[in-house]
Design a protein around this ligand. Structure first.
Ligand SMILES: Cc1cc2nc3c(=O)[nH]c(=O)nc-3n(C[C@H](O)[C@H](O)[C@H](O)COP(=O)(O)OP(=O)(O)OC[C@H]3O[C@@H](n4cnc5c(N)ncnc54)[C@H](O)[C@@H]3O)c2cc1C
Ligand code: FES
Length: 267
């Protein structure tokens, strides 16, 4: 799905706290439905830039977490001025939205099942991807890792997710990679889909390479434009540099020698 040429205003219809995160709903009746894994560039219409230090200035990138009935949902973590401003929006406020942008996930081939591996706010694109796969009748088990209990509450956005937490407050005490290894030891006929911090993505990539398993990684990278013009989002690949916004954000793991340190969700 290709974005219409130009940004449009959308109105906030709902804003929910989910543990440490926010789920922002926005009416976007004109917006084309995204493919899971695609993203939008967002900024509030009011109070965005122009302050003393001009931050936030550029729009920020967010994965579609859901899209239904002309309403988009985004899962946000407040980590800086842009996410803080979006976090403040309430019903009736307006945002500028440019999207859907980029390349999304593609479905498993050969009757393989899907394993969705998410870390922190990086679970966002896996929410819509699990919905899509389950609708198609494809098995899609979610394995999610969080820092703590407050963040782990977002696991409720996915169906029957298995959870790991860094502090042991919820689910498995340890890394989501442990859950993935356990699953693959039982049945390795799978395609792995992952989004999360760079260290997690790199661990998933290396594990799938070792097992010769297909994997699709949703990368993140600092983005200025979101549509291929600024080259601000490049990451190295086996065949040269890729622009995460147009060559990704979903990239076949086999194209990457490693996941660059800056190419993951905020830890
Ligand atoms: C394709 C894509 C999809 C994304 N989806 C989501 C999402 O669904 N939910 C969500 O909460 N966030 C998502 N992000 C990350 C989000 O864009 C950043 O958190 C946001 O830009 C931070 O802006 P800020 O002004 O709040 O903080 P800033 O002060 O700009 O950044 C705060 C911290 O986050 C780091 N950071 C900023 N942008 C990125 C980035 N793009 N990737 C990795 N680290 C970054 C900075 O280095 C800094 O340490 C996504 C990013 C991309 C590229
Ligand atoms: S964000 Fe501008 S080229 Fe990717």
């Amino acid at each position: 799905m290709v974005a219409p040429f130009g940004r449009r205003t959308v109105q906030i219809t709902r804003s929910d706290t989910v543990g440490a995160y926010r789920v922002l709903h926005a009416a976007d009746p004109e917006g084309p439905a995204p493919v899971a894994g695609q993203f939008a560039m967002l900024q509030s219409v009011e109070r965005w830039g122009g302050g003393e230090d001009e931050r936030p200035y550029l729009p920020r990138a967010f994965s579609y977490a859901r899209f239904a009935g002309g309403e988009a949902q985004f899962l946000l973590e407040d980590v800086g001025p842009g996410t803080n401003r979006l976090d403040e929006l309430t019903v009736g406020d307006e945002m500028w939205l440019l999207g859907p942008l980029g390349v999304g996930f593609s479905a498993p081939a050969d009757g393989r099942r899907a394993l969705l591996v998410g870390g922190g706010v990086g679970i966002a694109p896996l929410v819509i991807w699990q919905d899509t796969l389950l609708e198609q009748g494809t098995q899609a088990l979610a394995l999610l890792g969080f820092r703590d209990r407050a963040r782990a509450q977002a696991a409720e956005l996915l169906r029957d997710a298995r959870v790991a937490s860094d502090d042991g407050s919820v689910g498995h005490h340890g890394l989501v990679l442990d859950l993935l290894q356990r699953e693959l030891d039982q049945d390795a006929h799978a395609v792995v889909y992952a989004c999360g911090p760079a260290a997690m993505l790199e661990a998933v990539r290396a594990e799938c390479e070792r097992r010769k398993l297909p994997a699709q990684l949703a990368l993140e990278s600092g983005m200025a434009c979101g549509f291929g013009a600024c080259f601000g989002c490049v990451v190295p690949s086996r065949d040269g540099y890729l622009r995460v916004c147009v060559d990704g954000p979903v990239i076949d793991a086999a194209r990457l020698e490693r996941v660059d340190q800056h190419a993951g969700a905020s830890p």
